[in-house]
Design a protein around this ligand. Structure first.
Ligand code: SF4
Length: 355
């Protein structure tokens, strides 16, 4: 794959409508988001009250809607997020892509609009008091070199909306000037890394690219194809960012063993010659809950993604709800093959977890 070939500009999401609350307009960061969306051609609706109203019920319209709002004190409070990082914090919630397996479908309530938070200074102010206090990288000698880690992509793909929000660049700069053992991490399926390349990131940000076997791409409507993601990974690595691979969601697609082996070989090729990418790999197998299955089958009734509880093992989450994962034997086959491919193609990478 020609990772160094000039790539076409990333296809950017353009919201059709932007709803903005009065409180969000009071923040310069919120007003700038509205201005950028309007410049892209979005219709701007200024709400009269701070409660979001007028959200479209249809999921397609909702995914074309940006709501610029203010994160409440409870939403701003970082939460533990094992096994990925010490803390999670949210710059936004929701994602414009249409992945027919998306875990957000079962996690976020209401129409799937993209909510972006205007009060970024307040969100970032929550992070320093947590320095050294986490239970994942802060507590694990094998990951201690990562410092206190903060995850920014639990409920959104922050790069997919960055050209409108600008929140990720601001956050990367914040970590770049934070002179302490800290790490910002986010995962993305998008490729619009250009605005991040020249930032003073201080190597305190790890960009994790969500990658998968080519056979899974048909389940990822609206997200850039794998070669575009790998080309973006290369550009980020050449700009000195720490790099991660989030191999997800792993599924036994036809000829899966060869397909995942080819994927990890492509990742290695994309990183060839990159200066110290400090590569990490996370493996996440496909799973669903009753709730996410119901929502996703409603949105994407034509999808042939297997979500059959009869073919799965039922496991209880730590919150007491059920999730459906691959049966033990399938899981063991997948794990053996993917870990062997990773060891072969990416011998210098740290494998963080398999789930
Ligand atoms: Fe969900 Fe990620 Fe796909 Fe967005 S890119 S729809 S967050 S799986």
């Amino acid at each position: 794959m020609p990772f160094d070939a000039p790539s076409p500009p990333a296809r950017l999401w353009v919201p059709k409508r932007v709803l903005v609350t009065p409180a969000a307009m009071g923040w310069a960061h919120g007003a700038a988001m509205v201005e950028r969306a309007a410049a892209l051609g979005a219709e701007v609706v200024r709400l009269k009250a701070d409660r979001l109203s007028g959200l479209p019920a249809d999921y397609r319209e909702a995914k074309r809607t940006l709501a610029v709002t203010v994160a409440s004190p409870s939403r701003r409070r970082p939460q533990p997020i094992p096994p990925s990082a010490d803390w999670r914090f949210d710059l936004a919630e929701g994602c414009p892509a249409h992945c027919s397996y998306c875990y957000l479908a079962g996690s976020l309530s209401g129409p799937p609009v993209v909510r972006a938070y205007a009060n970024l200074p307040e969100i970032l102010a929550e992070l320093p008091p947590l320095l050294g206090k986490g239970q994942v990288t802060s507590a694990d000698p094998a990951r201690a070199a990562e410092g206190t880690t903060y995850e920014a992509s639990c409920y959104t793909d922050p790069l997919g909306i960055e050209h409108v929000t600008g929140s990720l660049a601001e956050t990367i700069r914040f970590f770049g000037t934070w002179d302490a053992p800290v790490g910002l991490r986010f995962t993305t399926k998008y490729d619009g890394v250009e605005p991040l390349l020249d930032l003073a990131h201080g190597r305190r940000t790890r960009i994790r690219f969500s990658v998968n076997a080519r056979g899974t791409e048909r389940h990822e409507g609206g997200a850039p194809r794998m070669p575009a993601r790998l080309a973006a990974l290369r550009r980020a690595a050449m700009a000195g960012y720490r790099i991660g691979l989030t191999v997800a969601p792993i599924m036994p697609v036809p000829a899966w063993e060869a397909a995942y082996d080819a994927l990890l070989a492509d990742c290695a090729a994309a990183l060839d010659g990159a200066p110290e990418p400090d590569l990490t790999v996370e493996f996440i197998t496909h799973r669903f809950t009753e709730g996410s299955r119901e929502v996703l089958q409603g949105w994407y009734p034509g999808s042939d993604l297997e979500m059959d509880p009869e073919q799965r093992s039922r496991k209880l989450t730590k919150f007491g709800s059920a999730k459906f994962v691959f049966p033990k034997a399938t899981m063991a086959d997948l794990r053996r093959a993917l870990e062997a491919s990773a060891a072969r193609h990416l011998p210098g990478a740290r494998r963080l977890y398999w789930t």
